[in-house]
Design a protein around this ligand. Structure first.
Ligand code: GH3
Ligand code: MG
Ligand code: MG
Ligand code: MG
Length: 325
């Protein structure tokens, strides 16, 4: 840090240079097959590194970088046995390492290959003989960039989760389920083949809230979601449709098959009381289910959902704790 400050402070016109922001140590991967050069690089980089790995081949670099733990890869362009440019291109070709910062170290005069390296997606470079302070400064900025990038990605994912899922149960929300149905029906709005939906609603749920309180009700909702997920296929989508209403979307399901899934879910919830942490400790809960499948009388997602809703209404009127198609 002293050295960086000393050097940057000497740059003309940069008053803030003496206050270089501290960057937490990162995980650094170095590809260099010359032992002396490798030792020098690792010695310089040590203060910046939480974990520092020196490797000698493209293959090792590719394999390790795919683990997703590194913040920057430093690649020597003067390998004796292989072409590091191939590695750069491979790293940029796959999702896991597409954004991983790459710093090239090249011999003075090797400009055609530098141009190629930057074209292929390297982020920065250093010319030999390696200047200690320059290597530290350029590595540091790549680690910093990676941190920012990770943060943006995290925020983006968190935003998506908030927008598309239900905070209580973790299920998809109604908006996502609707978009999913739209996709299954196709953008053209043409009829989808055998898209089945179950729509279900907890029986007399208001009583649970009124008798034991809202938080017991919430625990029931979470457990209903869990049992439902445990009784559908991986590619079926379970969504919280409303307060205590759920929808399961099942592609490639005929009405009879959907009906049996519905009955399995109904039994998974109704056959065993739900444990809650407060109040009654254990609570019998049943659901009523309406089933519908796409076809001539359900040519759009809206019609399909309306048919399922009507079947659900019929199940309620027929006495609850049952499946109606
Ligand atoms: P039915 O058998 O006809 O469905 O009777 P019900 O009492 O379940 O039906 P109703 O639609 O009248 O009541 C639904 C209740 O669900 C009302 C509301 O208090 C409760 N509810 C909706 N969302 C939530 C929630 O997020 N948490 C809790 N605890 N309760 C909720
Ligand atoms: Mg309801
Ligand atoms: Mg109701
Ligand atoms: Mg209800």
């Amino acid at each position: 840090r002293e050295e960086i400050n000393g050097r940057l402070a000497a740059l003309p016109g940069d008053g803030a240079a003496s206050e270089v922001e501290q960057v937490a140590p990162g995980n650094i991967l170095v590809l260099e097959d010359n032992p002396l050069a490798g030792a020098k690089l690792t010695q310089i980089l040590k203060p910046l590194a939480d974990q520092l790995t020196l490797v000698k081949t493209n293959a090792e670099t590719y394999q390790l970088s795919g683990q997703g733990i590194y913040d920057v890869i430093i690649i020597s362009m003067a390998l004796e046995r292989e072409d590091p440019l191939r590695l750069v291109s491979q790293l940029r070709a796959v999702e896991q390492t597409r954004q991983l910062p790459i710093l090239l170290i090249l011999d003075d005069g090797d400009y055609p290959r530098l141009a190629k390296g930057l074209d292929l997606g390297a982020n920065d470079y250093i010319i030999r003989p390696v200047d200690r302070n320059e290597l530290i400064a350029r590595t540091r900025i790549q680690i910093k960039r990676k941190r920012l990038q990770d943060q943006l990605l995290d925020n983006y994912k968190r935003g998506l989760t908030l927008a598309l899922t239900d905070g209580l149960t973790g299920l998809y929300n109604r908006r996502y389920m609707t978009a999913h149905l739209d996709t299954l029906f196709g953008r053209s709005g043409g009829p989808a083949k055998d898209v089945a939906v179950l729509m279900f609603d907890i029986d007399r749920f208001k009583q649970v809230n009124d008798t034991y309180g809202h938080s017991v009700g919430d625990e029931v909702l979470v457990e209903v979601a869990r049992r439902t997920l445990g009784n559908v296929r991986g590619f079926d989508l379970v969504a919280r449709y409303g307060g205590e209403e759920f929808v399961v979307v099942m592609p490639d399901s005929a009405l009879s098959a959907a009906g049996s899934v519905g009955d399995r879910v109904r039994r998974a919830i109704g056959d065993r009381p739900i444990e809650v942490t407060i109040g009654p400790r254990s609570l019998p809960v049943t659901i009523s289910i309406g089933v519908a499948v796409s076809g001539p009388d359900a040519t759009t997602p809206a019609k399909l959902l309306r048919n399922a809703d009507e079947a659900l209404y019929a199940a309620k009127h027929a006495g609850r704790n049952r499946v109606m198609v």
